[in-house]
Each structure stands twice: as C-alpha cells, then as structure tokens.
Design a protein around this ligand. Structure first.
Ligand code: ADP
Ligand code: MG
Ligand code: ZN
Length: 426
C-alpha cells in the first residue's frame, strides 16, 4: 500500500504541483483504482475535481465526466489544459461545438490523447454518441454535481435521472464516481438509488465545516440604509472579489449601479441578461476586471474562483442548503471569507407570499425550509454550529474560534429581532 501512496503523491506533484492531498482525496482516488463505485460527499472548495482529474490523467483510456453546465465544463477544461502539456488532454462535447470540432474530439479520444472528456447529460443521450462511447476505451465515469439527480436537491435536472440508463446502453462495466457538496441524507440516498451504485460501493463523507469562513447576520433596514452598509463593507475590502446575492433582477441592477457610482468595479448577473453578456461578465470576474458580482441565483455554480473574499446576501435565501452552497463560494483557497446575510422578517413574509400559488406539497416544503432560515437568522447561538447541525453534523461551538458574529460578540447576544429592524426603519 505504501508504494501506491507514494505513486499517487508523485503523480499529484507532477501533474498539479501540489505537495499533499486534501482531506479524503487520496482514499477516494485509491477506491477508483480498486475499481469500486465511489460516492463522494465533500463541501464546496473541498477539492472534488481532483478526485477524478488525477486518476483520469493516470489511468488508461478516457474518463467521462458528466457535468450540468457548459460554463462549468469550459472552466475545468481550461484549468486542466493549463496544467497539462497538450490541449488534447481534455475536451468537452456538447451542443456548442461544430460538426468538425466534434469529429476532432472523437479522433483525439480514439487515438488515446484525451484523458478527460466533459459531457452534458443531453450529449450522452444522443444515439451516435452512445455508439461511439460503446467502442471507446472509457476508464471510469464521473458524475459531478450529482445532487442534480434529486428533486430534493437545490438544483434538480431531469436529464440527470437518465444517466444510469445511458451508461447501461454504453454497456461497459466501468466504475462510477458520483460527487456532490450536498449533505442532506434524502439527496444522498436518491443519488445512490438512482445510479444503482454497486453493493460494495465506497462512500466518503467529509466534514462540512468551513473554518476559514466568518458568518454574520445583520438587520436589514430601509433600502438606502442597507445599500450604504454594503458599499461601506465592499470598500473595506478594496480590489477583493466578492458576490452579492439578491432575489430580483432589479436589485441586482441597482446594487451594481450603486457600487459602480462609488468607484467599485461591479456588474449585475441575472437570467434577464443575454447569454453573451452573462458569459462575458463571468469571464471578467475570473480575470478580475470585475471585482463584485451582484447576482441572482443564476451565478456561481461550479465557478472555480479560489480567492472570492466575501459573499453577501442582500436578500435571505430560500433555504439553509442554498445559503450554505452560496457562501461556500467564498474562500475556496483556504484563506478568509466573509459571509454576511442581511435579514428582515418582512422578507420571509415576501417569500411566503411567493409560495401561496404553489401546489400544497411544494408550499409545505418551502415553508419548512424558510422556518430554518428564519431560525438561523434569529439565533443568538453559534451560526456555524447551527449550519452544521442542519446537515446532521455534531459540532462543539467552542471550536468556532470566534468565527461567527454570535461567538465573537457573546455579550450582545440579542440576535436580529423584528424590533431592531423596525427601529432601523423608523
Ligand atoms: P469542489 O469541486 O469540491 O468545490 P474544487 O475541485 O473546485 O472544489 O477545488 C477547490 C480548490 O482547491 C481549487 O482551487 C483546487 O485547485 C484546490 N485544490 C484541490 N486539491 C488540492 C490539493 N491537494 N492541494 C492544494 N489545492 C488543492
Ligand atoms: Mg466542483
Ligand atoms: Zn460561532
């Protein structure tokens, strides 16, 4: 076993220039080398990509990586190419490619040059692709963002539920590795069931604690007042990358505008902008021509920007799960990240109003999720402990290290109450 450990570490240094594996990475990669189906539950920023990138590069054949978004695939392909010494080492196959480009990609796989192929689940369902993969040498299949399989997840995609069916058609008896940052047991069991992972599958669960993130909730008062606070906070962190989440397109535009007026390189990002503008904004953020993105939920999934220094929520999210995912985009490099949520009880009422027209099941589920968000916002106890408990993890708040507002200022343990918000508004 010792020899293989050195072997993996050597490959890690050679390929990515990292000295050591993070968390469970090494055991996960070993599991794939053992030919086992492997289920990885690891928080955002934990280093899931490396768990399939490294063995993909090392093993014979080409690894199929299923990923839900084109932007996400492009991001990863670019990053692997920057480590590797050839462009052919990684490709993506999706509807954005021309016929000629597709042919080239397939040639590179057949000739053994390509070690990692990123595909959308839709691409897998195409007859000609299934035929191609049936004859190709596939090392293993990675299903990234596997929570997309579950309706209980925060990002359900129906096509994801057909992956198993497609893999059966491809017909290889190849190991699969499913990866997600979702910690809820319901989603996890959905994934295992739907993918029909082997009986002797290996599951790796990491702690969901992000000890470099500072959690804070602030009362949300009148718009002008909160905008002023945001501007002040952003200016305290000059030239740092950050994301401000909002619920409406209008708020995204307004906050971006207010920041720009105050000399901050900010831009809005929401579903109302055309795809070209959105992709340009995303690139500008990655290139640091834009520091602060004011976004609706449409932004951030899988974007690998390691040095995001803050994530603010101007509007409270719909669930703790969403909050955890969105704040998880801060501090992926292990350095600090400030997570500030602005909370007003009237925003909860607004969210409840949205639910009113929904079917009963959805309404009840939504209301339950919102209760938790409210409890988080109003708690006077350790926020980190609250978040981790939500995911079923025992956590002793003495380990928080004053990395949340309630642990840092225990004397002022009043939380954010409705009265405070009313006082601010009056
Ligand atoms: P996830 O998909 O779990 O959210 P990523 O795969 O995007 O996380 O990795 C997050 C960051 O951690 C990336 O910047 C990546 O380069 C870095 N990283 C991953 N593994 C290691 C390692 N063993 N040593 C140092 N940095 C690592
Ligand atoms: Mg990832
Ligand atoms: Zn705390």
């Amino acid at each position: 076993a010792k020899a293989s450990v050195n072997f993996l570490e050597e490959a890690l240094a050679d390929t990515f220039g990292f000295d050591t594996f993070k968390g469970n990475q090494e055991a996960i990669i070993q599991s794939l080398f053992d030919g086992k189906d492997t289920f990885v539950i690891m928080p955002t920023g934990g280093g899931k990509s490396l768990c399939y990138q490294l063995p993909g590069i090392m093993m014979e054949g080409c690894a199929l990586v299923i990923s839900p978004l084109i932007a996400l695939m492009k991001n990863q392909v670019d990053s692997i190419r920057s480590y590797g010494d050839s462009d052919e080492i990684a490709h993506f196959l999706n509807s954005s490619l021309s016929k000629t480009q597709m042919r080239q990609v397939k040639e590179d796989i057949t000739s053994g040059k390509t070690k990692l192929l990123f595909v959308a689940p839709e691409t897998l369902t195409k007859e000609e692709n299934i035929e191609f993969f049936r004859d190709a040498k596939i090392s293993f299949v990675a299903i990234d963002e596997a929570h997309c399989i579950s309706e209980w997840g925060h990002d359900f995609r129906p096509e994801y539920r057909r992956i198993r069916e497609m893999l059966d058609l491809i017909g290889h008896n190849i190991p699969i590795i499913a990866l997600t940052a979702t910690a809820t047991p319901k989603v996890q069991s959905d994934i295992v069931k739907n993918l029909r992972m082997g009986e002797d599958q290996n599951t790796f669960v990491s702690s969901f604690n992000r000890d470099n993130l500072y959690y804070e909730v602030r009362p949300k008062g009148k718009k002008e007042y909160t905008f002023r606070q945001i501007i002040k906070l952003v200016k305290e962190m000059p030239d740092q990358s950050g994301i401000i989440y909002v619920q409406s397109r209008k708020a995204a535009e307004e906050i971006a505008q207010a920041l720009v007026v105050n000399g901050v390189k900010a831009a809005p990002y929401h579903a109302g902008l055309d795809p070209k503008t959105r992709s340009r904004t995303q690139d500008q953020f990655l290139m640091e021509d834009v520091d602060v993105i004011c976004a609706t939920i449409a932004f951030g999934m899988g974007i690998d920007k390691p040095d995001v220094r803050f994530v603010m929520h101007y509007d409270i999210p719909k669930s703790i799960e969403n909050y955890y995912q969105e704040t998880g985009r801060a501090g992926r490099d292990g350095l600090g990240g400030r997570c500030i949520a602005f909370y007003a009880y009237k925003d909860i009422l607004k969210l409840e109003k949205f639910l009113r027209d929904k079917p009963l099941m959805e309404r009840e589920m939504g209301a339950q999720l919102m209760q938790e968000v409210m409890a988080y916002s109003e708690t006077t106890a350790c926020r980190r402990r609250f978040l981790l408990h939500y995911f079923g993890e025992e956590y002793d708040e003495s380990n928080c290290n004053k990395m949340c507002d309630n642990c840092r200022h225990p004397r002022e343990r009043v939380g954010v109450t409705q009265e405070m918000v009313q006082a601010l508004n009056s």
